[in-house]
Design a protein around this ligand. Structure first.
Ligand SMILES: C[S@@+](CC[C@H](N)C(=O)[O-])C[C@H]1O[C@@H](n2cnc3c(N)ncnc32)[C@H](O)[C@@H]1O
Length: 302
């Protein structure tokens, strides 16, 4: 594992939050883009999709029967658009272009691989056994299913999501993968955790959620889940940068408004909720950083 020097981040209202950057390119099979292709996208493709007529782009996507566009129009950034990006077996030309060549779908797949790799290792490192992984806004639970499949360590998971369809999709996938007995699916709002969850969580996963929640809700959800964790237990979450280059396209064409936060900013929110010792793992496209924070002891809270 390559370990870069630790970076101090000072632009937070709360206080300084330091974190360590760790590259995992040797361990995780990432999708990357050559510098030439990256430059072509920045100079030609991104201006075209960001500043071209949104109505015409929407009409072309509708005419081309794009499943990714339809999923985003129905539920911007929801679980189904995520599954379409993960699955990569689309039949429409428009989707093949968007999903195979688009920076964001590639970064999403990188985040999934990085997240499942890290969670599998955290399960193996946990002192308790069997380990309980709590997945907040987990969609169908694809990431945790990949993580469980990567380790022999005894572990079970609870996936919490608002969407009944996401959970049903996840149940069927878990059955196919022989994981049905190990995953509980709960349809609920992550803001009401204490109403339906009472068992301890050894690892908490909050991937793909923070970019849809305002600051105060992140602090409140992370603070509530912290009460279910032991000191030092890990919480896995992510930041989102504008490096994908297509935020204007997402907002105008898909109606998708994501909240971009640097690793320092999202660590700052988790710090307010009572987490510390942040290890930040970038994926090579620079869009997502997957971050592991540790529950601070009560005495260490603000
Ligand atoms: C972008 S998807 C991410 C799915 C999954 N975590 C992944 O990374 O593949 C976001 C998910 O969060 C769920 N979600 C959003 N707000 C939620 C809330 N307040 N409570 C529970 N689930 C929520 C959505 O239903 C959706 O399935």
């Amino acid at each position: 594992m390559r370990t870069a020097p630790s970076v101090r981040y000072t632009g937070l209202a709360v206080e300084e939050v330091s974190y360590e950057i760790r590259g995992l390119s040797a361990e995780v099979e990432f999708e990357t883009v050559s510098s030439l292709r990256r430059a072509l996208k920045r100079l030609l493709v991104h201006p075209l999709v960001n500043y071209g007529p949104a109505g015409l782009t929407r009409a072309l996507l509708r005419f081309g029967k794009s499943e990714l566009a339809a999923a985003n129009w129905a539920d911007p950034g929801g679980w189904e658009s995520m599954v379409i990006s993960y699955r990569q077996n689309c039949s429409q030309v428009a989707d093949r272009l968007l999903i195979h060549a688009g920076t964001m779908p590639m970064a999403l797949r990188n985040r999934k691989r990085l997240g499942s790799f890290l969670i599998a290792r955290l399960i193996e490192q946990a002192r308790a056994g069997p380990v309980h992984v709590l997945c907040l806004g987990g969609g169908p639970g694809w990431v945790i299913q990949d993580a469980l499949a990567q380790t022999r360590a005894p572990a079970r998971a609870t996936v919490v999501d608002l969407s009944a369809e996401a959970l049903e999709f996840g149940r069927q996938m878990a059955a196919r993968r022989g994981l049905a007995e190990r995953i509980r699916f709960i349809q609920a709002n992550v803001s009401d955790l204490h109403q339906y969850l009472h068992d301890q969580a050894n690892v908490v996963k909050m991937l793909g959620l923070c970019e849809y929640l305002p600051d105060e809700q992140i602090v409140s959800v992370a603070g509530a889940v912290r009460e279910m964790m032991l000191d030092g237990a890990p919480m896995v979450f992510n930041s989102l940068s504008r490096a994908h280059g297509t935020d204007r396209f997402f907002r105008r064409v898909f109606g998708l408004h994501m909240i971009h936060r640097s690793p320092g900013e999202v660590c700052g929110l988790m710090h307010r909720a009572g987490f510390r010792d942040f290890a930040v793992h970038p994926e090579p496209l620079g869009v997502y950083h997957v971050i592991v924070g540790r529950r601070a002891a009560d005495a260490g809270r603000d």
